[in-house]
Design a protein around this ligand. Structure first.
Ligand code: MTE
Ligand code: MO
Length: 410
């Protein structure tokens, strides 16, 4: 054994203790920041803070490599010490596997631009799955390890150090559950009840077995009439039906619309300003395209069949003035905006979409009308789109103001 390793192992017990504590705090910080990043609820509240929180999560996540590496140096001795303690050995392996799995999938997610959507999808799935399994495990582990649960009350008075059984040979004979086992079971059941349903929902959606898009369509709170009738290319969907599921993202409460509060404007530096109500809007000629949808946070939905009005067509009809440089996009939520350069807006597949897989886009997913920019990350795909303005200057959109790149190419 080299000298430095020997010196490293000096005061081993204390070091192991400190390591466990450090690791615990790192997990707490990563859990809280991770859950806040995951939860749709926090998106609106955090705003710009989300970019900072994401950085904190990444930096602390990478820092978690330190206690893991340090532990591995001490692991040999610890392992011997745990001889005959199968449960504790298993615990060490589970926790190490969790930490390494989170770290690796997290690194991939951090570098999502390098690895492309397919890999980052897998990484996100792994990261989330580890969280669904690992977090309840760690919570259970920490609760059941606190001292008052580890020791039966009468045992605390025993000073001899002899095993409990030797002193209280008849301690609760015949009792199937000791108090401790009962509390542990209760904690386990409590966790299963609180976390189980959301886990199953997530699992269903991730595997694609869930009918989540259909459910969203069913619970659509928009009430716009007449209902747009799909083109033959849209129903049945040319793309064969989308694969994957959308995570409902919003920075505001989710709005809903009816004929009285919905309208669509095309204005700014154009020859013919346009104002449509819903009855007029559904009469516009639409076309159909099949494309993939990628969010920068790592998830994608493949082979979406979108039906709508190509942005190009709108701009041609409105007549863009020579001074115009930027297409500014407004959401009916009153907060979210983004923009495209005229050149980007001229791409054939940029669409003001009205139907997804032959059905009206539900309000959760940005309906009745949302933008689709297949070649760019989905933060360009403004939900509840209700105004397009041509402007002479630049515009920095909602997420771009908060650190996202203006260059959103997939
Ligand atoms: N109005 C509005 N549009 C938005 C967003 C938003 O928060 N508000 N989020 C964007 C982001 S980051 C993504 S990934 C997609 C998500 O679309 P979905 O909620 O339909 O899955 O919408 C984009 N358009
Ligand atoms: Mo996104």
């Amino acid at each position: 054994m080299s000298n430095w390793l020997a010196s490293l192992r000096k005061g081993y017990g204390k070091k192991l203790h400190a390591l466990h504590a450090w690791n615990g705090w790192i997990v707490v910080v990563l859990t809280i920041s991770g859950l806040m990043l995951f939860g749709g609820f926090w998106r609106g509240i955090l705003g710009e803070g989300r970019v900072w929180l994401r950085w904190l999560h990444i930096v602390v996540g990478i820092a978690s490599l330190l206690p893991v590496a340090y532990y591995l140096l001490l692991a040999g001795k610890h392992w011997k010490q745990l001889r005959g303690k199968a449960a504790q050995r298993a615990n060490v392996i589970v926790v190490l596997a969790l930490l390494v799995g989170w770290l690796l999938s997290g690194l991939l997610l951090w570098q999502f631009r390098l690895i492309g959507p397919a890999w980052s999808n897998g990484a996100l799935l792994t990261h989330d799955l580890l969280t669904w399994i690992g977090l309840p495990y760690i919570i259970y582990h920490s609760i059941t390890r606190v001292r008052w649960l580890k020791e039966e009350p009468h045992r605390r008075t025993v000073k001899s150090g002899k095993p409990e059984e030797a002193i209280h040979p008849a301690a609760s004979p015949g009792a199937v559950y000791s108090r401790r086992a009962f509390i542990k079971t209760a904690i386990g059941a409590g966790l299963a009840i609180t976390i189980g349903p959301s886990f199953l929902r997530w699992l269903g959606n991730s595997i694609g077995a869930g009918t989540s898009i259909e459910k969203l369509v069913e619970s659509d709170a928009n009430k716009l009439l007449p209902v747009p009738q799909p083109l033959p290319a849209s129903l049945p969907p040319t793309g064969g039906g989308s694969r994957g599921s959308f995570r409902v993202y919003t920075v505001t409460p989710i709005p809903s619309f009816d004929n009285s509060n919905w309208s669509f404007d095309l204005d700014g530096l154009v020859e013919n300003k346009m104002h449509y109500n819903w009855e007029q809007f559904v009469k516009l000629a639409r076309s159909v395209q099949v494309s993939d949808f990628h969010c920068v946070t790592g998830w994608s939905v493949y082979s979406n069949t979108w039906e709508g009005i190509p942005l190009k067509q709108f701009l041609r009809e409105a007549g863009v003035k020579a001074e115009a440089k930027t297409v500014k996009l407004y959401s009916g939520d009153g907060v979210y905006t983004d923009s495209l350069t005229l050149e980007q807006a001229d791409m054939d597949d940029v669409m003001v979409a009205v139907l997804h897989d032959g059905k009206p886009i539900p309000n959760d997913l940005g309906g009745p009308v949302r933008l689709i920019v297949p070649k760019m990350y989905a933060y360009k795909s403004v939900k509840w789109l209700n105004r397009i303005e041509l402007i002479a200057e630049d515009h920095t959109g909602y997420w771009e103001e908060r650190g996202y790149s203006k260059d959103a190419w997939v």
